[in-house]
Design a protein around this ligand. Structure first.
Ligand SMILES: Cc1cc2nc3c(=O)[nH]c(=O)nc-3n(C[C@H](O)[C@H](O)[C@H](O)COP(=O)(O)OP(=O)(O)OC[C@H]3O[C@@H](n4cnc5c(N)ncnc54)[C@H](O)[C@@H]3O)c2cc1C
Length: 459
């Protein structure tokens, strides 16, 4: 692993080299293509010490429901099985890191802890609590971004246009540094790892069970690889079809990427290999890699460098100003939180998108923009609109509570990474969208029909 992938190393002043290496798995919940795991393995081998891999399961997390917890836990069960086959294993610690990880670390007295880079505030808080309480070094590895976020740019970028050239310059140097070999059989010191009691794990959850798990995609690394293979077979349709919610042209990889069940580097490699053998895929491949690399890494850039990523104060100043100037504009409709959630607006298209999210856990990407912009148009203030969109997104989307989600909401409602457009009521200079624009892109009636029946699109 290239040393620049180490995002930060804390507590370096007093290193001891005797104890085991601990990999505190966070965002990267996979065995294959995992630079954090690869680094932890190489240190344990070099020092000839045991390697412990731990995951801290908190009983509730940022409005996540059984839909998201189920997807994550089923993936972790697979991680545990796969690690045991390699001669390793997973320890599940039930509780918050300060309550359960810190005592565990005091007990095993590691020489170093390796963990995953995560930009969200709550994850940073956990990291700082653990760092303060630990006597050993703790190294944070950016295994999420192909070009690590701090290498790509030292500051918050204005837009895709400013990050894109920086990434382009660096990408070729980083493609081969995505953790290949992290799933090799373990040849280092063995330790006794108690079997995980998964029924105790499941019963430790304190989450909303009214939002059901979905069965149209299978959680875990194998499910992710299967979804990728299916997508590669329809890659050719991506460039033309990705903005049409009546087609199935998007990859459906966001839940797997969000839960760290597949590495973006692996996806890029497979897309590039296929495209090299079939040049007619190049337009789709380019369009897809723009989303997967530039847009996704831009979201990590924003959440890493801007602590206010989910609020009005985090928006660009031109956007705050224009939204402020239109605060007292008359709204044609105003909805209560219950009306939004129940998809009871006057607009059939908006309701269909909300239904798609509630039912499948994945609203089509094009509809997400329309959906969030209408929440701005029909809410009393931009703050209320952001809070509503984030609440619904995080509760129902499988890929919610992700930098991409906070950025998607801030882009739609608050002009983030966008530019000022023509001024109009309520929106000010924020880019506008309406149903007529959607009708020019796709068959709106067919989309509405599909979401009011119980049939899923042929996923
Ligand atoms: C209001 C709003 C909310 C959103 N909420 C989320 C969310 O909670 N989680 C989430 O992962 N994405 C979110 N997005 C971004 C985008 O809509 C989804 O990533 C995409 O629709 C996921 O489907 P896919 O994997 O089939 O996408 P594909 O089109 O196949 O794209 C492949 C991958 O590229 C990345 N990507 C695609 N579009 C974007 C984008 N606009 N910004 C950043 N990365 C992108 C994702 O990792 C995605 O999995 C949101 C966008 C908006 C406008």
């Amino acid at each position: 692993m290239r040393p620049e992938r180490l995002h930060h190393v804390y507590n370096v002043r007093d290193p001891q080299i005797e104890g085991p290496v601990v990999y505190w798995m966070g965002r990267e919940r996979r065995v294959a293509d995992n630079p954090s795991l690869l680094y932890a393995r190489s240190l344990a081998l070099e020092r000839n010490v045991e390697l412990h891999i731990v995951f801290c399961l908190v009983p509730t997390f940022l409005d996540a429901t059984i839909r998201q917890y189920g997807f994550m836990l089923r993936g972790l069960e697979e991680v545990d099985r796969d690690l045991r086959e390699l001669g390793l294993g997973l320890r599940m610690l039930l509780g918050t890191p300060d309550a359960v990880l810190i005592p565990f670390l005091h007990e095993v007295r590691p020489s170093i802890v390796i963990t995953d880079f995560e930009p969200l505030r709550i994850k940073r808080l956990w990291l700082s609590q653990v760092t303060e309480a630990l006597p050993c070094p703790i190294a944070v590895v950016d295994s999420h971004n192909i070009v690590p976020v701090t290498v790509a740019s030292p500051k918050q970028e204005y837009a895709a246009a400013t990050l894109r050239p920086k990434l382009r310059r660096l990408l070729d140097d980083w493609y081969d540094d995505m953790g290949e070999g992290s799933d090799a059989p373990w040849t280092g010191r063995r330790s006794q790892i108690p079997a995980v009691n998964w029924s105790t794990v499941w019963s430790s959850l304190r989450v909303d069970t009214s939002v059901a798990e979905v069965d149209w995609l299978s959680p875990g690394e194998k499910g992710a690889k299967g979804a990728l293979q299916k997508f590669l077979r329809r890659l050719e349709t991506y460039a033309e079809g990705r903005n049409d919610p009546t087609l199935h042209a998007q990859s459906d990889l966001s839940p797997y990427l969000h839960f760290g069940q597949i590495s973006a580097g692996r996806i890029v490699r497979e897309v590039r290999t296929l495209t090299a053998s079939d040049p007619k895929l190049s337009a789709s491949s380019e369009a897809f890699l723009e989303e997967l690399i530039v847009r996704r890494e831009l979201a990590d850039n924003f959440t890493h460098y801007n602590d206010r990523y989910d609020s009005f104060d985090g928006l660009p100043s031109w956007a705050q100003q224009t939204l402020d100037e239109h605060r007292s504009d008359r709204r044609d409709y105003l909805y209560t939180p219950d009306q939004w959630e129940a998809a009871s607006t006057h607009d059939e298209l908006w309701n269909a998108a909300q239904h798609e999210m509630i039912r499948t856990g994945k609203m089509h990407g094009y509809m997400r923009m329309y959906w969030a912009k209408k929440i701005l148009e029909w809410s009393a203030s931009p703050e209320e609109a952001m809070a509503t969109a984030i609440y619904l997104n995080d509760k129902y989307e499988l890929d919610g509570r992700d930098p991409n989600g906070y950025v998607g909401v801030a882009w739609s409602i608050g002009g983030l990474h966008d530019r000022p457009w023509f001024e109009r009521p309520v929106y000010g200079k924020i880019r506008y969208m309406n149903a007529a624009g959607c009708a020019r892109k796709f068959d709106v009636k067919a989309y509405i029909r599909s979401q009011s029946s119980n049939a899923l699109f042929s996923r």
